[in-house]
Design a binder for this molecule. Structure first.
Ligand SMILES: [Mn+2]
Length: 360
């Protein structure tokens, strides 16, 4: 939004060079994306719990800059900032995929800042992510959590499952890897690595195994023993080879039905390594031969349009291995597709947020 603002006062050189001409002056939100402080979409920064509760936004972006549970390439602690800034656009933007809905006009979306994470303190990191996501979800906003390694799904989805109890949640999980190991190298359970969060969520009862649905698994992990454990839990998964055979849309329709077989709310977790490393190299454990970015963005729209979303996370963006920000940009667009699909529902007359919880 431009205001025609004349110069307050100019000096000799200002007059000499006509730097006192009338030029438009722009709001922070409408300035180019590369200028000013880094928040998601240049949206308002509302990190404080009380202010967030008072505002009751529809959606709150939360950063989880934590990578101490990484098994291979580290660096996802830099993911949230990279995702926030990986867009050429600013201001109120329309979705060409979703009937030109303008998500930031349709919904109140804020950036709630990062969880209070410091390096090399694993248990504290998960505790702080749990507390931050809990704090945000209690306002009734839908949290969209930017990782971080995938272990952050353990505290994040736990907090969201608690908020909605006694309603239960299902999880739709896009990933090259199942992340259902018992332990990576024998670490204590409380210090679980990023190959284990999905097992922790099922063991604890945060989500039922039968409503935990994985899409896009490929490569050489996990082992048959881990798949046997998954089967015992009633987990359902769709290998990438199934997407090759049947197409993503049909497979994702099945995944949605399986996740909702009981629960009426979905937590969506997107590990960027489900995308082929040719299009998303900036990640910790790349697996060649993944989904296309286009398929994943379409899949996110399909899931979010079809279900009630309790929360979303987007993880494993490791900017040091990225090239030309393509991985961070893909992750930014995963978030945008989710937000825009929620906006389209809202335009259709549906509230997308939840009732806040102000007492324990
Ligand atoms: Mn993962």
């Amino acid at each position: 939004m431009a205001n025609d603002t004349g110069p307050d006062e100019v000096g000799t050189f200002g007059r000499m060079h006509a730097w006192d001409a009338d030029y438009p002056v722009y709001d922070e939100f409408d300035l180019p994306s590369y200028s000013g402080p880094v928040t998601f979409g240049k949206l308002p920064y509302v990190p404080e719990a009380g202010a967030l509760m008072e505002r009751q936004p529809d959606i709150a972006i939360v950063g989880a800059p934590y990578d101490d549970s990484t098994a291979y390439r580290p660096g996802t602690r830099f993911g949230p900032r990279a995702i926030r800034q990986a867009t050429p656009l600013s201001g109120s933007i329309p979705s060409l995929q979703l009937d030109l809905v303008e998500p930031f006009k349709e919904l109140d979306v804020v950036d709630a800042g990062d969880a209070n994470v410091v390096p090399a303190w694993l248990h504290r990191g998960h505790a702080m992510i749990y507390r931050k996501v809990r704090e945000v979800s209690r306002t009734g906003a839908i949290p969209i959590i930017l990782g971080g390694d995938h272990s952050i799904t353990w505290p994040s989805a736990s907090a969201i499952a608690e908020f909605h109890a006694p309603r239960s949640i299902g999880i739709v999980h896009f990933d090259a890897h199942a992340d259902t190991a018992d332990t990576n190298w024998g670490q204590p359970v409380q210090l679980s690595g990023h190959g284990t969060p999905m097992r922790r969520l099922i063991e604890s009862g945060a989500v039922a195994g039968r409503n935990f649905v994985q899409v896009g698994l490929h490569g050489y992990w996990p082992s048959p023993e881990v798949f046997a454990w998954m089967q015992e839990q009633g987990m359902r998964w769709h290998l990438l080879t199934e997407i090759e055979d049947r197409g993503a849309e049909a497979v994702i329709a099945d995944a949605i039905a399986e996740a909702l077989d009981g629960p009426d709310l979905i937590y969506l977790s997107v590990d960027i390594d489900v995308i082929d490393p040719g299009s998303a190299p900036g990640t910790g454990a790349p697996e060649p031969g993944g989904m296309s970015t286009r398929e994943v963005l379409r899949a996110v729209r399909q899931v979010v349009s079809a279900v009630d979303i309790a929360g979303v996370d987007i993880v494993e963006v490791s900017p040091a291995y990225d090239h030309a920000e393509i991985t961070a940009a893909a992750a930014q667009r995963v978030a945008m597709e989710a937000i825009s699909a929620l906006a389209l529902k809202h335009r259709g007359g549906r509230s997308v947020r939840f009732e806040p919880k102000t007492s324990s």
